[in-house]
Design a protein around this ligand. Structure first.
Ligand SMILES: [Zn+2]
Length: 326
């Protein structure tokens, strides 16, 4: 029996109640950033729907087939191989299958993960079927941000935003799905901002630990000696994913400085760096640290909006962060 995914109680209970009352809608969108477990949740909700008891009991035929991804009434819509998008032909093909009645369950569930891969044309091709779906059809889409959806699609769907996982949920998740123990587990749980995927990555990935060390050392060098080179070296390569990890590291370092400055050092996340954080906190003012954090968040947002990489990074390092010294 597959385990119930951790957390997201509100969404699970919405499905549970709607299934019991027979008021389940036709079209749901699960929205949440990468690593939040959207596709795992979508799979679980589909299992609830096809379960003979509507509880995802894990024991009935429906559940067993759902777990094995062999249930004939759960349809996964995938992008074309080698292409990273879902085009009109895929949607048309899916629509044809939607009109075939379910074989085993009373409902037919159509899951499209990473719906941001669907082109505007593909989303348009979908409109009619989600507006007037066959009575047995339930669509579940997952998407990183609702901004990726056409308004016309959004208005026909029930939008459900995944909530950040609580500390207890993250710890439970890491204990059960990674080998991390003790300090490493604690650190990953504290560092991941309520995102289980990120927590797992941090717990398992040596690269992140290494990157954090490089960024912290570069930051300390900057605060100690006003030497900007190591920091610009870390951010030299035009790599948005890495830049975001670097920004996260910087923010976490500065957050701990703030914690230290306002007497909440017991809340510091980077416990292994506590001495260096203490030293650094004596060299910068609270006001400057807070304004630097704002600038980093701004730079991170600019990269998300696809602003020029070098410009954003240069502005951040040579403009805003210089202010730290005041
Ligand atoms: Zn079941």
């Amino acid at each position: 029996m597959k385990r119930e995914p951790v957390g997201q109680k509100k969404i699970k209970s919405l499905f549970n109640v709607s299934l019991k009352k027979g008021t389940l809608g036709h079209c749901y969108v699960l929205e949440g950033e990468k690593g939040m477990g959207k596709s795992t949740l979508a799979k679980y909700l589909a299992k609830m729907i096809v379960c003979e008891n509507h509880t995802a009991c894990g024991k009935c035929k429906g559940c067993l087939m759902a777990d094995g991804e062999t249930h004939p009434d759960i349809l996964y819509v995938l992008p074309e191989p080698d292409k990273k998008n879902i085009g009109v032909p895929i949607i048309r093909d899916m629509i044809q299958q939607v009109y075939i009645r379910p074989y085993e369950a009373s409902k037919k569930v159509i899951i499209i993960n990473n719906f941001e891969m669907a082109s505007p044309q593909a989303q348009n091709a979908l409109l009619k079927v989600i507006e007037e779906p066959p009575e047995y059809a339930v669509f579940i889409f997952t998407v990183a941000s609702e901004k990726e959806l056409l308004d016309t699609v959004k208005s026909r769907c029930c939008m459900l935003k995944l909530q950040p996982y609580t500390k207890e949920e993250i710890v439970y998740f890491l204990e059960n799905y990674t080998d991390a123990l003790g300090e490493k587990l604690e650190f990953a749980a504290a560092y991941c901002n309520g995102n289980t995927g990120k927590g797992k990555e941090i717990a398992e990935n040596q690269e992140f630990t290494l990157l954090r060390k490089i960024v912290f050392d570069a930051f300390i060098e900057f605060i100690d000696r006003k030497n900007i080179l190591p920091l610009s070296e870390v951010l030299k390569k035009d790599d948005k994913g890495k830049a975001n990890d670097v920004f996260d590291c910087m923010l976490s370092f500065l957050r701990d400085i703030v914690g230290y400055k306002i007497g909440l050092e017991n809340r510091c996340i980077n416990i292994d760096y506590i001495d260096k954080i203490k030293t650094a906190s004596g060299k910068v003012s609270l006001e400057k640290v807070l304004s630097s954090m704002e600038k980093i968040l701004e730079a991170s947002g600019n990269l998300q909006r696809n602003m020029n990489f070098n410009l954003t990074v240069t502005q951040l390092i040579f403009g805003s962060l210089e202010e730290l010294h005041g």
